[in-house]
Design a protein around this ligand. Sequence first.
Ligand code: IMP
Ligand code: MG
Length: 174
Amino acid sequence: MNGDTFVEMISEARIRRRIRTLARQLSRDYRGKVPVFIGVLNGSFIFFADLIREIRVDCEVDFFKLSSYGDAKISSGNVRLLKDLNCQVEGRDVVIVEDIVDSGLSMEYIRRLILHQNPASFKVVTLLYKPDSVKTDIRLDYVGFSIPKDFVIGYGLDYAQRERNLRAIYRLKG
Ligand code: IMP
Ligand code: MG
């Protein structure tokens, strides 16, 4: 796309296996509770749908929509809330579900927003994590894959809003 070359980084089968493991851990950790899983739109929608179907405890779902990137490949660092939650998180066990933590600024923004509303607990699941990009000391409780700083697409992640429908995860070759 746009003269850029992308190569496969994480296959569909590897993603599926890793999600099963994450879901097993979550189901064990939340046994006897009714957590609310909060997806961060748009990027997390596919991961969210696959993860939630592997969860074996009663749970609720809700969504945030944030914006920070525009159509660029580099974070502007300027996070805006485009859609707020519908549920009350006070006293609830909150699990944020993200596609990727890059600079960590979006997650920091979400953490502040949620903790302000006094949840019973707050945990974060992210499919991908770029440890070399992160600019905050955000705590990630469940990480699918730690990856290099490369720009990645597919499985919900976009390049200028496209490529979200790819079944595997690809990295920009550069
Ligand atoms: P952060 O605030 O810099 O951590 O970025 C968070 C958001 O930027 C993620 O939820 C993604 O939607 C998007 N993002 C970060 N890195 C990438 C990437 O490599 N490909 C596509 N989207 C990305
Ligand atoms: Mg995201």
